[in-house]
Design a protein around this ligand. Sequence first.
Ligand SMILES: *Cc1c(COP(=O)(O)O)cnc(C)c1O
Length: 362
Amino acid sequence: MISQESAGAVLTIDLQALADNWRGLKGRLKPGADLASVVKADGYGLGADKVASALARAGCRNFFVARLDEGIRLRKALGSQGRIFVLDGPLPGTAKEFIAHDLIPVLNEAGQISYWASESKGQAKAALHLDTGMNRLGLPSVELADLQPALEACGLCLVMSHLACAEESQNPKNALQLRWFLEARKNLSHLPASLANSSGIFLGPDYQFDLARAGVALYGVNPTPEQPNPMAQVVQLQGKIIQVRAVDTPETVGYGATHRVEAPALIATVGVGYADGWPRALSNRGCGVLGGVRVPLVGRVSMDLITFDVTKAPSHLVKPGGFISLLGDGLTVDDVAETAGTIGYEILTNLGPRYARSFVGA
Ligand SMILES: *Cc1c(COP(=O)(O)O)cnc(C)c1O
């Protein structure tokens, strides 16, 4: 545990908002459909153990991770409750681990299917991932017929696919993938099905099937970028002011001397940098909030530090040990992502290990 005193920033994770987001998304599903939580990449950077435990308390019974190791860790955190699906599937030599830790592999291709059929001996469950147009993971449906005998020995409990363009509600690829999925699962219609990610839920009941798999929306990122964000904000990041520099003659700030300040000005240096996952692309573009005032990030983001022009902020707050909001106080993960030229997923999953993490609302 990193203490708030020693850390350069405090990351606050609101487990109540997270649970509210889960319930809100579940409430959008058609009757009978359930909502799984995707907690891969350490719960999108927020801490999978805490996040999954809070979601389990909210009623979540199905979890998805990417890697086997993530599954093993999550199984320890959840105890015997809940189903844990591992998206990578059973790579050679891993079947025993899946069975020992009560994890459900997602079978992606012919090799995984024959491996699981022979190793699980029908005693353990698996999900089947059909590729409907991502060409990344998943079985091309043309291979289904040949694999039918092996699939019968795999203990299938779910058939799934994944949408490529769900956040673009008008993209014709959505309907195309839906049609392929319906077609491909004709011979598997006895199995519960899963297609939608966070954004897919908002494409409507046809996309929701029996189990939706929400990730990013649980953590507060907007699953409907064309419309206002229906989700509650889950993370706040407060950067600590380490030094305040009064600049009394025109001068430049930071590496490369890319920003020139007109004197007199106050520059606050904060203990967050690109080593903490704060994007270097925010150099001379990002902002923070101090005492309700937006303060521009000036100069380059360096490894451990960022600098803000706080000349216009309330002067009693401009002091070492004070905090500038980097997320929260009106700054969303989506805002930061857009300014940095990336997506909210990347901002969240890069949130660094040097932050003091504070979980509230449990
Ligand atoms: C990551 C992932 C999800 C969750 O996607 P979000 O857009 O974060 O909701 C769902 N399904 C699969 C297969 C994934 O890889």
